[in-house]
Design a protein around this ligand. Structure first.
Ligand SMILES: Nc1ncnc2c1ncn2[C@@H]1O[C@H](COP(=O)(O)OP(=O)(O)OP(=O)(O)O)[C@@H](O)[C@H]1O
Ligand SMILES: [Mg+2]
Length: 151
């Protein structure tokens, strides 16, 4: 993808940084003039991916989460959420609805499913012991593109 704009961020894998990540991405996307709905979709997906890095990646002490985002001239957005944590043994299994390795009632195993439903595409690369990269794609149509043109 050829980006016309891009950004990078790095922060500690702490729950209090989920809102920061979400707001940073939505601020970055404002030049695309997104609808509130599109922005909410992206924020939700970013939230899920960052939450996963916070909750699952670093069982011992909080490591670092890296966030990268960029968009091309057509308004297609690519967002990477990267950790260098424990990684995922079986990505295909982890992506299934209701699959969770967390015990207790707090996790429903729906994070990846939510990301998939709010974004156009989600790719996951992971290696046990090395970390995980979740890549989210979505085309953000400018607000006026949805308005029917007059003859
Ligand atoms: N960054 C990550 N590092 C390590 N394991 C991960 C990571 N992201 C996801 N996983 C694994 O994939 C599983 C499924 O993730 P998913 O987000 O779908 O559900 P969840 O986080 O368990 O629950 P929910 O998101 O509904 O609170 C997790 O339980 C965890 O085992
Ligand atoms: Mg999750």
């Amino acid at each position: 993808m050829e980006f016309v704009n891009e950004m990078r961020l790095e922060f500690r894998a702490l729950a209090e940084n989920e809102a920061f990540a979400r707001l940073a991405v939505s601020g970055f996307l404002l030049p695309l003039d997104p609808t509130l709905e599109a922005l909410a979709d992206v924020k939700t997906a970013v939230s899920e991916a960052v939450t996963n890095a916070v909750v699952h990646a670093y069982p011992d002490e909080p490591g670092t989460v890296r966030l990268r985002a960029g968009y091309d001239a057509d308004g297609t957005v690519e967002i990477d959420v990267i950790d260098r944590g424990r990684g995922i043994e079986d990505v295909e299994k982890a992506r299934q609805p209701f699959f969770t390795t967390a015990d207790g009632d707090e996790r429903s195993g729906m994070g990846f499913t939510v990301m998939e439903s709010f974004m156009d595409r989600v790719s996951v690369r992971s290696a046990p012991g090395k970390g995980t990269t979740v890549r989210l794609y979505k085309r953000i149509a400018p607000r006026d593109e949805a308005v029917p043109r007059r003859a």
